[in-house]
Each structure stands twice: as C-alpha cells, then as structure tokens.
Design a protein around this ligand. Sequence first.
Ligand code: MSP
Length: 666
Amino acid sequence: MKKPFYITTPIYYPSGKLHIGSAYTTIACDVLARYKRLMGHDVYYLTGLDEHGQKIETKAEEAGLTPQAYVDGMAVGVKELWKLLDISYDKFIRTTDDYHEEVVAAVFEKLLAQDDIYLGEYSGWYSVSDEEFFTESQLEEVFRDEVGKVIGGIAPSGHEVAWVSEESYFLRLSKYQDKLVEFFTAHPDFIQPDGRMNEIMKNFIEPGLEDLAVSRTSFTWGVPVPSNPKHVIYVWIDALLNYATALGYGQEDHANFDTFWEEGTVFHMVGKDILRFHSIYWPILLMMLDMELPDRLIAHGWFVMKDGKMSKSKGNVVYPEMLVERFGLDPLRYYLMRSLPVGSDGTFTPEDYVGRINYELANDLGNLLNRTVAMINKYFGGQVPTYVENVTAFDGDLASVVAENLRAYHKNMEGVDYPRALEAVWNIISRSNKYIDETAPWVLAKEDGDKEQLAAVMAHLAASLRVVAHLIQPFMMETSNAIMEQLGLAAEFDLENLELAALPAGLTVVAKGRPIFPRLDMEAEIDYIKEQMGGGSDPVEEATEWDPATVELKNEKKAIKFEDFDAVEIRVAEVKEVAKVEGSDKLLKFRLDAGDGQDRQILSGIAKFYPNEQELVGKKLQIVANLKPRKMMGLLSQGMILSAEHDGNLTVMTVDSSVANGSQIG
Ligand code: MSP
C-alpha cells in the first residue's frame, strides 16, 4: 500500500475575480493530485476560500452586501472557475463553514487555557490588503509629518498600512523558536525550493520571533473569541487551521484526518508571498496543538506581466476564462505549468502563449499524432503492426531516449518541477518526430522498400504516442484522452508501470485523425489577447464579474506616489466628430482636437449612455492624453475619455467652453 497523499492549495481571498495567478496554484496542485492518483496513491485534494477578515468586510460594504452574501456570491464564481479548469479537488472548504468556525474557536480557547495565547496590548502597522502586521523597520517606505513623526507607510507588498492600537491576544511564537529551528534542522527538505528555508531563518527567525497579535477588536467579520467576543480571531490563524478542519480535525468524524494527516504525506503548495505564514506560524500552531507537522511546503514564484505585477489598475490582468474560451483548456494548463520556472517568477506574454500553442502543441505534438495515424491508415489499413524491438537502426536509440526521459519525468514530477517534467515529454516527442525523418517510412513503403521495417516503425510510433498520452494525462486530460482514442486505446492510465512497449494486439487507429490543436494566426491571436488585457478603468474592459458579485471592485487601487499621478497627462479635448462603431453596442469612436494640431481618435465604451451621441459634438472633454495607444475592434484608440460613474450611469467630464483645447488638468 502506498502512503496516502494530502495536497492543499492556499485558500484564496474572495476579494475579486481570480486571475491566472491563482489559477496557477490550483492547476499546479491539480496536476500533482492527478499524478499521484495515477501512481497508485490514495489522494485527498483540498482547496477553498479564506472568507473572513477586514478586507472582505470592506469589499462587501463597497458592494452594498452583507459579508456573508458577498462571499456566497464569490464562492459560486470560484467553484465555476474550478469546474471550467477541470480541477479534481476532493473538498472545497469555506472558512465560514460552521464546522470550521467551531474548531477555530475551540482551538483558540484551548491555546488560551494552556497559556500559548495571552491578552496584551498591540500597537503597530497593519495592512488590510495583506491582513498582516508590520514593524516600522519592515515597511518599504514611511511617511512623516513636518516634525518627522511617522504617520503612515507602505508594506513590502505595495499596500498602505495604518496604525492600529488596541487590546489584543498574542500567540507565544517566541516560546517555540528553538523547537522550530530544531524541526528545520532535522528536516532540511521541508521547504522547497532549496534556499527558501535559509531566507526564512535569516530574515525572521534569527532576529528573534516576536509574539504575534492574533485577535482584532476594530471590526467584526470573523470568528469571535468565545470567552471575550468583542475580539475576532486573526484571519491567518482562522485560515491556516483550514488544512486540519477540512479533514475532520476536532470533529466527530475524523477518519480523513487519521488517514491523510496522521498516516499520509502532507503537502502544502503556496506562493512565495505567504511562505512566512506557512513556515513559521503554521508549524508552531501545530506544535502547540501537539499535531504532526507537514512533510513538504512548496513555495512557487509569481506570474508577472512585462510591466510588473498584474493589477486591475494597470489594466494588465489576464483572466483564465478568456483564454479557455478562445483557445480551450489544455493550452492554458500546459502554458501555465510549462512556463513558470521553479522558485522564480515568470512573465506572461501573449506572444509566448500563442507561440507555445503553435510550436509545441500544434506542431510538435499535433503533427506527430497526425502523421502516425495517417501512415498507419495508409500503409496498414489502420491496423497497428506488432511491436518488435530493434528492427531498424534507429529503434534502439528511440527506446533509450524514451526510457531516459521517463526517468527524468518521474524525478521532476516528484520534485514538482513541471517545466522540466514537460521538457522530458517533449524530448520524447521530438525524438519521435526525428525518428520519422530518419526511418523515412515513405521510402520503406515503396515496392523495393522494407515492409518489416515499416511495420516496426509504425509500432514504435504508436507505442511512443501511448507513452506521451500517459505522461501528459495529469496536465492535459482532454488531449491525452484524444490521443488514446485516435490510437484505438481506452482512456485508461497507469503511470506506475509505464514503458515503451507493445500495444494490445489487433489495435485499430481511427480512420481519420482529427487535429488536436488547430494552427493559430499568431498575429491576430496575440492582438486578441492584448485587447482583452487592456486598461481596467475603461468601461469597455468591464470584466465579467461573478454573480451576485457584480461586485466590480473599482476601489481596489492602492495609494500612489505623487510622481505616479504626475505621470498622467490629462488634457482638454474638443469633440469634432463622433460615431457608433459597427459591430459594437458599447463603443463610440471620437475624433478630437487636443490642441496639438493633430486629429486624435479615441474609442470609449459609453455608447449605452449616449443614445444621441451627436449631442457630444462641440463639447470639451477631459482625456488621458498619454495613455499607450491600443486597438479595440481593430481600431486605434489614442487615449481615454474620462467619465464619472454614478448610479450605474457614465457621464463624460465636460469643461467650460472658454478653456482652450489642450489645456492640462492636474
Ligand atoms: N488567503 C491567503 C492564503 C491563506 S492560506 C491558509 C492568501 N490569499 S490570496 O488570494 O491573496 O493568494 C492566494 C495564492 O495565490 C497565494 O499563494 C499567492 O501567492 C497566489 N498568487 C496570487 N497572485 C499570483 C500570481 N500572479 N502568480 C502566482 N501566484 C499568485 O494569500
């Protein structure tokens, strides 16, 4: 019997629509869950939502909903997304679930009773966006008043902090510092990739662990402390415990906890930004509760964009729904798993996305399958010939390349190095394509050719494709199933005993192979993705928000520096012409005079609000003049027209007619 395997994603804050970054972690865990299942493990895969805390309370307020109604709506959206991405989770936990709240409250009281939690006074800097406390020295930037007193600051994440001074409960982290170091020393592989543990030691443990404030009194959306309900339990304590409560810890039915926590391998995957919580607070909490510690903590890097972090205000966010709708699910799963190097950040670019689909999926893999199926049909009436080893001069090398890459694949899957695991699969694919060129079946098929060699070549190709279909099964289920189907095989997979070997006798491939990945028009598709990524504050780009979270989280912008604001060029521009855009019920096309002697074309998504758009001609508007030009519906837009949103309507910002065109606003 293999050890049961428990894998978890972080639980996400439902504070906005999830982008490809959160999709990355969830798919990465899904791949491992599927791999382990195919390797014969009993797997339990957990994901869910972190629904308490001040951030959620504020978002709900902004949306005009109660926090519960708000998170209920978001939970529906997140579950739909995981369905779209075919995530094979066994349980979806929400921290507002009753069983979870009850255990969190009980744990808090237990720790209070055993003096691992005590009541004190907290003063410090708090970032609501991160739900995290900072000391002054940890802040990226501090703001001071005229006399030099610190009055605010910016956390390393870029979010603003505010001074909090209140009665608070504290968790005695300091008492467990030595035990934590002992644990790290005894388990040098606990945190992966290597090197991260040292960072944690150097930056947080060696300077000395301070006790952590674990309750708040300034808001109410959380689990109240039973013995002192004006305090709510700190959202991170609440959240971390999800990994245990989801399995039944502290509840009557704890069979899953026994199997997967006590007897199984416990595997957490998190982004590098939340490693500290998982490598310090979580193990210490578990020590306090006298529980087993997890086996592995993987910290992955981030998907970023060319211009830095993804953010709505930058208008560079990529949502998974759009990519799936346009290109299908498998390319997304493949791209995300192939492109993020272990432990470091990776850049998402539309060029790379479309390029990988065309070169690696359509060309390398798609062609191998097409050519193989077509040749077996042509030369053998669709019957896969019997597999015999070492008939042509190239069979030996093909077999050894497959064997070597099979080993590399498993090693890298165990190490959660997906780019390398997929590289191993693509080595097999490339070697197989080369094998076709080397053996030249079209020559072997001639009158004076060699039928025996031709048969061996077809059998080897079919066998190699079967191996590939198995190896990509955790990543691309549909493609993997399609390859098996085209080879005439049932979609049954066993990664444990996989090798390049004979296929069952009497196998018939499909009569007409269908391309598994269509070739894309690179330029057009790159443009399409770019258009979809455009500026978040332009109503044209209105992201399709989840229901009832029609919760457009427009106030999500963080504080900016004066220079950032100063970089925006807002000018007065007069409307010379305006017209509806064909094929769009949202867009209006403007020709404007912004005082620079040139015609300027701007597209704006306000058609709905101006059914008689000609009334705008002659009006003087405010425009962002230095916004990078971009295309919408194939038309160039050179700026953005400012408008105010009120009661669901948009009204353009007009300026008195006496102000000259081109005047700068600021
Ligand atoms: N709620 C906490 C986690 C509690 S776990 C007990 C939280 N939530 S989060 O929604 O802000 O982030 C969840 C995960 O998404 C983190 O692991 C984070 O690293 C990951 N990502 C968010 N943006 C990302 C990218 N752009 N790229 C890759 N992962 C990113 O933190």
